[in-house]
Design a protein around this ligand. Structure first.
Ligand SMILES: *Cc1c(COP(=O)(O)O)cnc(C)c1O
Length: 397
């Protein structure tokens, strides 16, 4: 008989092991709004790790809208959408998001994580097959696992690998759902959507795109990756977008056909069994959507910062990834070195860039996930490049 160990005794060794492997995760406390500069507990830093790509998270018009929303609706939604939490502000925003994405309907979710869980578990279950890019966002992978369907992960951005999986495993499954990031969150590259959509149609599979990092950034008026590739709803019937990144607010939505959205309202457990977003967030997001659509100047600024950064990094001999988006990871490989680089940038150069380590990225591919935002200046990007030069020479001579 073994006596049961205390919770402390059970958990501590794994935590210690994580520390020794440089995989320990720690939060930093922020004491200012998002922006190119951030205040942390221990001082002011240049911020190169936010997903607030258009610099809208602290925009005065959106703050005013949030306050107006709170005056009109108070703070909490009080209940889920199906009880009495579905406000006129939520409803209006859904109609605007449907229009923005060129689809008949859109449905708000409280987070992107929950939107992915809700849509995937509603569309596929036992006896079905879900095919996902190997480096999809964790929420898509978790949704696939939760669904009870057979989850197959194909090689990154590899349509032949997808096709093989579909031929080999999915032929006898009832439903076939393919899910991919539009812009890959840790690599910054785009999914090969035109080829994926052809393969999906050949196999009578449904294609879903999670465009958390594409919406607001690429496509006409920031309509995202699907618009960038000029695909339509027949080719990509399921779109997920988030509001916490380029929109600068909070929440997420699924856009698609009448039947898709009505199915989610009936079945998506992460929609039904959770409190609606605060209505004031919907009011704020209405203002944010207007700014985002009109933000071609911000998108052009971003594009020029991206080119500046890539040119500079190449001249320094740094290992960039094949990304033309604001996500510009610097591949390091070793987790300890990635941590040491991040720490040196912070302590010696007051620059905040997070090291992304396994299991968020594949083993041996730890990296600095640098993100550029429209409110960075060219001088700040130069400052980052100088600091990267000094830090990499120190840590990886
Ligand atoms: C951030 C992100 C999500 C989750 O969205 P939240 O609203 O933050 O929960 C989903 N998918 C991708 C690709 C993401 O980057």
């Amino acid at each position: 008989m073994t006596s049961q160990q205390s919770l402390e005794e059970t958990l501590s060794p794994a935590l210690q092991q994580r520390r020794e492997q440089s995989l320990y995760r720690q939060r930093r406390i922020v004491t200012s709004p998002q922006g190119s500069r951030l205040s942390l507990d221990d001082g002011s830093v240049l911020n190169f790790c936010s997903n607030d790509y258009l610099g809208l998270a602290n925009h005065p018009e959106i703050i005013t809208a949030l306050k107006r929303g709170a005056d009109e609706y108070g703070v909490g939604a009080g209940a889920s959408h199906l009880i009495n939490g579905h406000s006129r502000a939520h409803h209006a925003l859904e109609e605007e998001l449907a229009d923005f994405s060129g689809r008949p309907r859109a449905l708000l979710f409280s987070t992107g994580y929950m939107a992915n869980l809700g849509v995937i578990t509603s569309l596929a279950g036992k006896g079905d097959a879900i095919l996902e890019d190997r480096i999809n966002h964790a929420s898509l992978i978790d949704a696939g696992l939760l669904s009870g369907a057979r989850l197959q992960r194909y090689r990154h951005a590899d349509v032949h690998s997808l096709d093989k999986h579909l031929q080999k495993h999915a032929a006898h499954n009832k439903r076939r759902l393919i899910a991919t990031d539009g812009v890959f969150s840790m690599d910054g590259d785009l999914a090969p959507l035109p080829a994926l959509s052809v393969t999906a149609q050949q196999h009578h599979a449904w294609l879903m795109v999670d465009d958390a990092h594409g919406i607001g950034i690429i496509g006409k008026q920031g309509r995202g990756t699907i618009d960038h590739f000029a695909l339509d709803q027949n080719q990509v019937p399921i779109l997920m977008g988030t509001l916490g990144k380029a929109f600068g607010t909070f929440g997420a939505f699924i856009a698609g056909s009448e039947a898709l959205i009505e199915t989610l309202i009936q079945q998506a457990r992460s929609y039904i069994y959770t409190t609606a977003l605060p209505p004031a967030i919907a009011v704020a997001t209405h203002t944010s959507l207007g700014l985002l659509r009109a933000a071609d100047d911000r998108r052009e600024k971003l594009a020029s910062l991206i080119q500046q950064f890539r040119r500079g990094a190449e001249q320094l001999g740094l290992t960039l990834m094949a990304s033309q988006t604001p996500i510009q990871p610097l591949l390091v490989g070793d987790s300890k070195q990635a941590m040491a680089l991040s720490e040196t940038l912070l302590q010696e150069h007051q620059i905040l860039v997070r090291a992304i380590r396994p299991p968020t990225v594949p083993a041996g591919s730890a990296r600095l996930r640098i993100t550029l935002c429209a409110n960075h200046t060219a001088a700040q990007v130069d400052q980052l490049l100088d600091a990267l030069d000094a830090s990499t020479q120190k840590i990886m001579p």
